[in-house]
Design a binder for this molecule. Structure first.
Ligand code: FAD
Length: 283
C-alpha cells in the first residue's frame, strides 16, 4: 500500500525549484514506472512528490540542424520511438526505445527517468553514451550541463544533488552516422537486459561503443574504441571484437545472469552489432 505524501504538479521551473528547496527530500516523478514501484513497496517513505510533467522546459522535443536534438524530461519513450529524426539520425536510440518494456509502459516511461534511475542496465543509456549526450540540469544557481559519461557515479547513483531537476538531454547533430543497439534479456519486453551494447559509426568512420549491465554504471568503452581505430572495418575485426570486449568489462552475477554468461553474450552482441554496421555499408 502507498504511504501518504503531498503531491504537487507545478506549471513552471521556478515554482518546482522553490518547492524542492523548501521541502528537502522531495521525490521527482516523471512517468513513475520506476518510482511508483519503490513507493508502493515502501522501499522509501517520502513526504513530498513533485510531478515534473507540466514544467514547460521538460516538454521540449526539438531538433535544430547544426545543433542537435533536445529531449525534454517529460518526453515519453514512445514519443522517441515514433520520432522520424531519431530513426534517421540516432537509430540506436530508437532501437533501445523500442526494446524497453511494453508499449503501454513506454507510454508513461521517459528517457530521462531511465537515466536518473541510474540502473546499470538502463537500456537507453548506451545509445546516448555513444552519441555524446549532455544532461541539462536545473538547480538553485541556474542550469549546468554534464556529459552523460560523467553523470553516473555508481549503482543507482548520479551527480545530481538535492534541489536539482534534469530538464532534458541534448544529442549533438550528426551527419552520415550509422548505429545499432542490441540487447540480450531473459524475456522480451518486460525485463532489463542481461547485457546491452550500442555501436555507432560516425560519418568519418570512427567507432564508438557503449554498454549496459556489465559494470556498476552504464559505460563508454574508450580504450576499446582506441584499439578499434587502427583496425579495418571488417568481419575479422568483428570476430576480434567478440573476444577483446571481454577485457574491457567487469560484469557480476545476479538474478538475471551469471558473470560468465554476461561476458560471453557481450562478445556475441558486439560482434553481431559490428556485422550489422558493416552490412549497412561504408569502408
Ligand atoms: C514492468 C517493467 C518493465 C521495465 N522494463 C524495462 C526495460 O526493458 N528496460 C529498462 O531500461 N527499464 C525498464 N523498466 C524501468 C523503467 O520503466 C524505466 O527506467 C523508465 O524509463 C523510467 O522512466 P519514468 O519516467 O517512469 O521514471 P520515474 O519512475 O518517474 O523516475 C525514475 C527515477 O528518476 C527520478 N527522476 C525522474 N525524472 C527526473 C528528473 N527530471 N530529474 C531528476 N530526477 C528524475 C525519479 O525521482 C526516480 O528516482 C521497466 C519497468 C517496469 C515496471
Amino acid at each position: 500500500m502507498l504511504s501518504k505524501f503531498n503531491y504537487l504538479k507545478p506549471k513552471s521551473l521556478d515554482e518546482a525549484l522553490a518547492y524542492i528547496k523548501e521541502n528537502p527530500g522531495t521525490k521527482l516523478l516523471a512517468g513513475g514506472t520506476d518510482l511508483m514501484i519503490v513507493l508502493r513497496r515502501n522501499m522509501e517513505i517520502v513526504d513530498h512528490v513533485l510531478d515534473i510533467k507540466d514544467i514547460p522546459e521538460t516538454k521540449r522535443f526539438e531538433y535544430k540542424a547544426g545543433e542537435g536534438l533536445f529531449i525534454g524530461a517529460s518526453v515519453t519513450v514512445n514519443e522517441i520511438s515514433e520520432c522520424d529524426v531519431v530513426a534517421e539520425k540516432y537509430a540506436a536510440v530508437k532501437e533501445a526505445a523500442d526494446s524497453l518494456a511494453s508499449y503501454q509502459l513506454r507510454n508513461r516511461a521517459t528517457l530521462v527517468g531511465n537515466l536518473c534511475n541510474a540502473s546499470p542496465g538502463a537500456d537507453l543509456a548506451s545509445p546516448l553514451l555513444v552519441f555524446d549526450a549532455v544532461v541539462h540540469i536545473a538547480g538553485p544557481n541556474g542550469i549546468r550541463e554534464v556529459a552523460l559519461e560523467n553523470f553516473f557515479t555508481g549503482v543507482k547513483r548520479t551527480v545530481l544533488v538535492p534541489g536539482e531537476i534534469v530538464i532534458g538531454v541534448m544529442l549533438p547533430d550528426v551527419k552520415g552516422d550509422t548505429s545499432v543497439f542490441l540487447k540480450q534479456a531473459r524475456i522480451k519486453g518486460h525485463d532489463l537486459g542481461i547485457a546491452g551494447v550500442s555501436i555507432r559509426r560516425t560519418g568519418e568512420g570512427k567507432l564508438c561503443v557503449g554498454m549496459t549491465a556489465v559494470a556498476p554504471t552504464p559505460i563508454r568503452l574508450r580504450n576499446l574504441e582506441e584499439s578499434l581505430q587502427s583496425k579495418p572495418f571488417s568481419a575479422e575485426t568483428a570476430e576480434w571484437l567478440n573476444e577483446e570486449i571481454k577485457n574491457h568489462i567487469k560484469p557480476i552475477s545476479d538474478i538475471r545472469s551469471s558473470a560468465e554468461y554476461r561476458l560471453h553474450v557481450s562478445g556475441v552482441l558486439a560482434q553481431k552489432g559490428l556485422m550489422q554496421l558493416i552490412a549497412m555499408g561504408g569502408k
